[in-house]
Unconditional design. Structure first.
Lengths: 167, 122
């Protein structure tokens, strides 16, 4: 086949565009897959660490929310949203709580303390539930991932089950 | 020989255009190292370089259609492979991106080919 010098520049340009686009795509795909793996592997566990009555009509509950990310490759931060304490059958609502911290940087294992003061009518409801020991700490976590071209946030529902009598 | 040249050209330019179109898709844009404008520029450059290698408007138009077809398949695979489980349940999640990506590839490749043919003095 006869070689045409005039075709060298467009062929070179086409090969360059192919290589650049494939390298950029492979890089983006790798980050995307890592992000999906992080999202699928993220685990939450809620543990009640302390429960005490601090006043006649006031009780304090303390939890530790443990966020586990196996092999984290995408920088991420977390915010706990709309946390509520409910009875196990979800019929009795015992209050709405959020953490003081807004954005918490996530590592492979991150422990986030959460605290709730149950007082007034909520305290009375808690007393009425005395026979029902199992309670739910229900909420959601907004996980914000730092990506090369902006941020991606996902809201993940979290439920912690705990028993007051055992504490 | 002419068919083989056309096939190679359609495959190389189509894969380049499809990979570039995937970079500007809503799924991958945030994970890309480059902004969407750079991805559009790569598609135009693929069309431009392919346009310099063909003769005549009709051949250019046929090539633009072939690049779009190969590009759409490349784009579909780029979005489908990392999302196999999700797409199996809801294919419409990526079909919108593939449709818009294919349209983008066709329009930008055609612009590149037209510019190339003008440069060539046609």
């Amino acid at each position: 086949m006869r070689f045409d010098r005039r075709r060298l520049a467009p062929v070179g340009l086409l090969v360059l565009v192919l290589v650049v686009s494939l390298v950029l795509l492979a890089w983006a795909e790798r980050r995307y897959v890592e992000f999906l793996e992080t999202l699928q592997g993220i685990q939450f566990s809620v543990q009640l660490t302390d429960f005490e009555q601090i006043a006649p009509q006031q009780a304090r509950l303390r939890w530790v929310v443990t966020v586990t990310i196996p092999n984290p490759k995408t920088p991420a931060s977390l915010e706990l949203l709309d946390w509520r304490v409910r009875s196990a059958d979800e019929r009795t609502h015992l209050g709405y709580y959020t953490t003081g911290e807004t954005q918490i940087a996530l590592a492979s294992v991150t422990q986030i303390p959460a605290e709730a003061l149950i007082e007034g009518t909520n305290f009375e409801k808690l007393q009425r539930l005395a026979s029902e020991t199992t309670l739910l700490f229900v909420g959601s976590a907004r996980v914000v991932f730092q990506l090369p071209q902006g941020r991606e946030s996902k809201i993940i529902p979290v439920v912690g089950v705990f028993a007051l009598q055992n504490q | 020989m002419k068919f083989l040249r056309w096939l190679v050209l359609a495959l190389v330019a189509g894969i380049a255009a499809g990979a570039s179109a995937a970079l500007q898709s809503s799924e991958l844009l945030k994970f890309s190292l480059v902004p969407a404008l750079f991805a559009y520029m790569l598609i135009v450059l693929a069309g431009l370089s392919a346009g310099l290698l063909v003769q005549g408007v009709q051949e250019g138009l046929r090539l633009a259609l072939s690049i779009t077809l190969v590009g759409a398949i490349t784009l579909f695979l780029a979005l489908y492979l990392p999302n196999r489980e999700v797409v199996a349940a809801a294919p419409e999640l990526i079909l919108r991106s593939v449709w818009w990506g294919a349209l983008t590839i066709f329009v930008l490749t055609l612009i590149g080919i037209i510019v190339a043919r003008i440069f060539s003095g046609e």
